[in-house]
Design a protein around this ligand. Structure first.
Ligand code: CP
Length: 324
């Protein structure tokens, strides 16, 4: 078992910590994260890789995390729960809160949160309505983490682990990234676009069928922050020049026909056009947009990305729990 402070490399990054995370009570949207805060989180996440390699820690054994998921999840819920167990803490969980909680009886999220906050030190919520996590945070005396809200909301911890996965491989300044898929309602790509905008000389290509393109709120944010971006309808026009191909699902019901859906898939043909040094990320789950033949390509990073979600969530939990 590891003592976490001894495994964090930066002096002052331990539980009695730095100034970067002051003001971080809840995690609702990516815009909350400054570059210094991201760097502190990522250094802590590297420390958590060492904590897990040594069998976890007991440092948080008096802490309880509640997970309230009103929508299905494999990675996010398991990663948060594994993170809390690896820190020595305990977990209260409902995996389908719309059915297995008093939401079924018509209870509003605010009332559920007021109750659960009395039992837990931190709450992780995935809510089916955009703004659900913010509503939870507004009434919660304990930290609330948004694990995805609604269609077209955000999924900030996914974006944090996405960025950490890139950070482990290459500098974040000067990065060129293609975000592909159902961008208008893609909460992972929305959160990631906000984070990428924090770095210098980043270029983002939004690749989607025109009706599913990235919404104006993100594009206006990028304009305000002087971030270079292009809207594209064809994968072929960008895959050869980007450092990161970030693929996401397109639900079949949102396109007119299956052949047009396949135009946005990554397969061996697309692989041949990519840079040898590029990375392929996907938040998962996948359907036809990411061919299984891609899995054996060394540029495929999506399973590593999901594991990084454990380390980043451990780090995030410690940063929130050390303050309460
Ligand atoms: N990436 C992601 O959010 O996956 P889950 O829906 O399985 O949590």
């Amino acid at each position: 078992m590891a003592d976490i402070d001894t495994l964090l490399e930066q002096p002052g990054a331990g539980s009695h910590g730095t100034t970067a995370r002051r003001g971080l009570k809840h995690v609702i949207e990516s815009q909350q994260f400054t570059v210094p805060l991201l760097m502190e989180l990522f250094e802590r996440s590297r420390g958590m890789e060492r904590v897990v390699a040594r069998g976890g820690s007991l440092d948080y054994q008096n802490k309880i995390m509640a997970t309230l998921f009103y929508e299905p999840s494999t990675r996010t819920r398991f990663a948060f729960e594994a993170a809390m167990y690896r820190l020595g803490g305990r977990v209260l969980s409902t995996e389908q809160a719309r059915v297995f909680s008093s939401a079924m009886e018509g209870e509003q999220v605010e009332d559920s949160i007021r109750i659960v906050a009395g039992y837990a030190d931190v709450i992780v919520i995935r809510h089916h309505q955009e703004g659900g996590a913010r509503r939870a945070a507004e009434v919660s005396p304990v930290p609330v983490i948004n694990a995805g809200d609604g269609e077209g909301g955000q999924h900030p911890t996914q974006a944090l682990l996405d960025l950490y996965t890139i950070y482990r491989e290459r500098p974040l300044n000067g990065l060129s990234v293609a975000l592909i898929g159902e961008l208008d309602k893609g909460r992972t790509v929305r959160s990631l676009a906000y984070l990428l905008a924090k770095f210098e000389r980043v270029k983002i290509f939004f690749v989607a069928p025109p009706p599913l393109q990235m919404k104006p709120d993100i594009l206006e944010y990028l304009d305000r922050h002087g971030v270079c971006y292009e809207l594209e309808a064809e994968i072929d026009r960008v895959v050869g020049e980007v450092d990161v191909v970030y693929q996401t699902r397109i639900r079949p019901e949102r396109v007119a026909d299956l052949p047009s859906l396949r135009k946005y898939a990554i397969d061996s043909t697309v692989l041949r056009r990519m840079k040898p040094s590029a990375m392929i990320l996907h938040p998962l789950p996948r359907t036809v947009e990411l061919d299984k033949t891609v899995d054996s390509d060394p540029r495929a990073m999506y399973f590593r990305q999901a594991i990084n979600g454990l380390y980043v969530r451990m780090a995030l939990l410690t940063m929130l729990l050390d303050k309460v």
